[in-house]
Design a protein around this ligand. Structure first.
Ligand SMILES: [Zn+2]
Length: 149
């Protein structure tokens, strides 16, 4: 038996899927939702702030903000092999928020990326064991992808 919690944040982020046969090859953006799912043991340390929790939701929120939001919000995520888009983004200057990644920035690949960005930081100062079991990335209300451990 185990307990599972989830927390999400949102960002406004641009991307494109360079090889896409349809409209996703155009530069565009989404109101992305980044949702982490954590499983583990409940903290039993009597009298502590986190007693009865896996981890404080506000700590999860801070980690998501630092590791995801502050990197990709109002940024454009571009595949390192997408030379046309990289050239176009370079024209916008060094101040433009461009995030170059070694993969095509589909929801599927971003879910794996986000999982790896966040997982190492999901821990508490108590001895309870925590595991990030899944990361969900939603592009639209009708479409999202999940990466699972
Ligand atoms: Zn898209």
């Amino acid at each position: 038996m185990t307990t599972r919690i989830s927390r999400w944040i949102e960002t406004d982020t641009g991307h494109r899927v360079p090889n896409h046969k349809n409209k996703c090859c155009h530069m565009h953006g989404h109101r992305y939702r980044w949702e982490v799912e954590i499983e583990g043991d409940i903290i039993i340390d009597v009298g502590t702030s986190d007693e009865g929790m896996l981890i404080d939701f506000s700590d999860v929120s801070r980690i998501l903000t630092e590791r995801i939001h502050d990197i990709v919000d109002h940024s454009f995520i571009v595949y390192e092999g997408d030379s046309e888009a990289i050239e176009a983004l370079r024209l916008l200057g060094d101040d433009h928020r461009t995030v170059v990644v070694p993969f095509i920035p589909t929801a599927e690949n971003l879910a794996k990326w986000a999982f790896e960005q966040v997982s190492p930081y999901i821990k508490t100062e108590y001895d309870n064991e925590l595991r990030v079991v899944a990361f969900h990335v939603r592009e639209t209300p009708k479409s999202w992808a999940s990466w699972k451990a």
